[in-house]
Design a protein around this ligand. Structure first.
Ligand SMILES: Nc1ncnc2c1ncn2[C@@H]1O[C@H](COP(=O)(O)OP(=O)(O)OP(=O)(O)O)[C@@H](O)[C@H]1O
Ligand SMILES: [Mg+2]
Length: 243
């Protein structure tokens, strides 16, 4: 890996009970603008891991550093201030508030303007006065992404963008995630059940099974050889590369 490293996770344990981690020994290095798909079957620990990286759950072990500076575990505000921003799988919008208010509330004093964010999601610009709860599923997801964007993320942690959405909507949204990474230099960790679509926008992918990373490879190689992913999902660990 070359260039300045943005995020480094080392030996991260995540879970709900001390001494009983759900995710064990997670490691990840991200460059600016990189998109990494985090794949794996239901219950593998993907949400647990993202929630922990965002500081919403206490970290059970390991270190996380952004720009070479450590981020303490279990400190959601510190993580967000440093630029680790989560788009949760339930979107967590203020459904009674308008699109504009949802964005304004998330905005930082010196952060991106609403216009900069709406540039990525022009459809939202026409819905600014509408309550978030009245939006379509696709628009709600745009708002959830927009609300993350307005916080000027360095690393965007996106948990199942596609939850409850038709594949055709997902197909529209995922390239926007790619463009966000390219245009802003933010790195993206993308948890996604639509494996083929995720590999279409990601640079690399990791497969988490029962809390352990069993496979890590380029998106191109994984897309070209579906058998690799199938075997990983079934719990076969890829052999370590020959040094
Ligand atoms: N609040 C919680 N308290 C205790 N255990 C939990 C909690 N939430 C999830 N778990 C457990 O942690 C494990 C990992 O769940 P997690 O939701 O992180 O998986 P996931 O990979 O995101 O799955 P999915 O693809 O279904 O979203 C599961 O065994 C789950 O039962
Ligand atoms: Mg999940």
């Amino acid at each position: 890996m070359t260039g300045p490293e943005l995020l480094r996770c080392e030996d991260v344990d995540a879970g709900y009970t001390k001494g009983r981690p759900v995710v064990r020994g997670f490691g990840l290095r991200l460059l600016p603008g990189e998109v990494v798909a985090l794949l794996g079957p239901n219950g593998a620990g993907k949400t647990t891991l993202l929630t922990t990286l965002a500081g919403l759950l206490p970290r059970l072990g390991g270190t996380v550093a952004l720009d070479g500076r450590e981020i303490r575990g279990g400190r959601a505000r510190e993580a967000a201030r440093r630029g680790l921003v989560l788009v949760p799988d339930d979107r967590s919008l203020f459904t009674q508030l308008t699109v504009r208010d949802n964005l304004t509330l998330a905005r930082r004093r010196q952060g991106s303007s609403m216009e900069q964010v709406l540039d990525f999601f022009p459809a939202l610009g026409k819905r600014l006065k509408v309550a978030a709860g009245q939006l379509s599923g696709g628009e709600q997801q745009m708002l959830a992404l927009g609300r993350a964007m307005i916080q000027d993320p360095r690393v965007l942690l996106v948990d199942e963008l596609s939850m409850g959405l038709a594949p055709v909507i997902v197909e529209e949204l995922l390239p926007v995630v790619r463009r966000i990474a390219e245009d802003t230099g933010a790195a993206v960790v993308l948890v996604e059940q639509h494996v083929r679509l995720a590999l279409g926008v990601a640079d690399r992918a990791l497969v988490l099974v029962h809390g352990e990373t069993v496979l890590s490879d380029s998106a191109d190689r994984l897309a070209a050889d579906p058998g690799l992913l199938e075997r990983a999902y079934l719990g076969e660990r890829a052999p370590d590369p020959v040094p």
